[in-house]
Design a protein around this ligand. Structure first.
Ligand code: A3P
Length: 290
């Protein structure tokens, strides 16, 4: 984590957790925003005026304030923006119940009470190769990243990128996937059959949805609709825009397998080695198709 994280950690560690909270947890760029909008719409009325509020207000980013110190070029942060790191903690604190909270923290760094109170947690994971590509563009877009793609790949594979080790993040939740308060989702399954995932998430959250609602939500949460929706497309989240950054949308491609357009054979080999090293001896069956 960035160097300010330790200053914030006791707040995170001791954060009061409620039974009726719903947390969406993921490694960054795994489909978090997508999952958040779906979860929010299942808990609340998606046709209410509140649904038009930006997602980051309805479903704030728990540890966002501590990210200000990421050791990258964040000189352009808009400190006057209440949603920028350094300013968001009060939004999390002032949420009214039932709260919906987003976090990228690994299991070990989430508030201690989560494991006693056991609120519902929806965890979403994605193929690390696609995460890597998506995160690279995110870093250009939001942090003015200027180094090479190869360097970025290495940061992830060396487990020094923020929120890494990547596999530990996923595997810790995978191991808990049968617990009643945890739902483990995959980006690729959402792409394959979103309606099925809508039904699955609704059942997990204890919401009755009829087929008309499933169909409405599937449409509302499609890539095309979310790309057009200012409440969720993060077009206002621009911390360090450079000319290059301006051209990159948060809702970038929304596809499975974009890594094929980016990773060299050598990088694919490195991903394979890294993946097999972490997955050896586990029962995690995905993302090994090299
Ligand atoms: P790409 O950069 O590959 O397009 P996160 O919310 O965790 O930061 O993840 C962002 C990624 O999820 C981006 O991936 C974004 O386009 C994708 N995404 C967001 N909403 C989506 C949707 N409705 N359908 C498919 N992909 C979506």
């Amino acid at each position: 984590m960035g160097s300010v994280f330790t200053d914030w950690y006791s707040k995170y560690e001791n954060f009061p957790v409620y039974q009726d909270d719903t947390w969406v947890v993921s490694y960054p760029k795994s489909g978090t925003t997508w999952t958040q909008e779906l979860v929010w719409c299942l808990i609340n009325d998606p046709k209410s005026p509140e649904a038009k509020l930006e997602l980051k207000k309805r479903f704030p980013f728990f540890e966002f304030d501590s990210l200000i110190s990421l050791d990258l070029d964040t000189t352009d942060i808009r400190k006057d923006d209440p949603m920028c790191p350094g300013n968001t903690w009060h939004i999390v604190q002032n949420l009214s119940a039932p709260r919906t909270i987003k976090s990228h923290l690994p299991k070990e760094l989430l508030p201690k009470q989560i494991w006693q109170v056991k609120p519902k947690i929806v965890y979403v994971c994605r193929d690390p190769r696609d995460v890597c590509v998506s995160y690279y563009y995110h870093y250009i877009r939001e942090h003015g990243y200027k180094n090479t793609f190869n360097h970025f790949v290495q940061l992830l594979l060396d487990d020094i990128m923020v929120y890494t080790p990547f596999w530990q993040h996923i595997l810790n939740f995978w191991k808990m996937r049968h617990e009643d308060h945890i739902l483990f989702l995959r980006y690729e399954d959402m792409k394959k059959d979103l309606a099925a995932v809508v039904r699955q998430v609704a059942a997990f959250l204890g919401r009755d949805v009829n087929e008309e609602q499933v169909s409405w939500l599937t449409h509302h949460c499609s890539f095309e609709e979310m790309s057009k929706n200012p409440a969720v497309n993060h077009e206002t989240l621009r911390m360090a825009p450079t000319q290059e950054a301006k051209a990159i949308k948060f809702m970038r491609k929304g596809k499975v397998g974009d890594w094929r357009n980016h990773l060299t054979e050598e990088q694919q080999k490195a991903f394979k080695q890294w993946t097999l090293k972490y997955l050896q001896g586990t029962d995690f069956p995905y993302y090994q198709d090299y």
